[in-house]
Design a protein around this ligand. Sequence first.
Ligand SMILES: [Zn+2]
Length: 172
Amino acid sequence: MSDSSTISDDLVDHVPDPGDSDEQQLVRYLSEHSDECPLCNYNLRGVTRAICPECGHGLKLTVGLTDLLIWPWAAMAVALCLLAGLGLMCLFMVILEGMPPDNGAPWSVLVRDLTIYVFMASVPIAAAVVFLRKRILRMPTSKQKTLAWSCIGICIVNFTLFFVSMAIAMRT
Ligand SMILES: [Zn+2]
């Protein structure tokens, strides 16, 4: 490499040599950039091999997305898993002992039974949301947000109605 022009030499340094192996390109990238090990968060700047010096795991170059929105799916999954958690409990109770007795005002019994059905229906829906994660992430963002807020809303409303109707049933 000539020392006549430091600027062009500097630019050449940033262009990966097509002959470079993936490991060489990674080491070259990390000689100029600070990046953390995805596992142990060790700052990998200046490593000489494609191995994390801290945790010993191999490193590779990957392509990442800059605009992946994960919260709508995560919110959906959390809301539905909360519903499904109680849904599983309800399912076992209903299988073992049937629906709870109809004490209290008819409307509160109806509301309680409806919330129990929503809890139980959430079990397969939560499983589907976890299983179909990639398909949901490919949906338009606005649709994902609508689904997320719907799940959060259903979760809050169903838990509230369930506990209110249970409290009314216990008081009478
Ligand atoms: Zn590490």
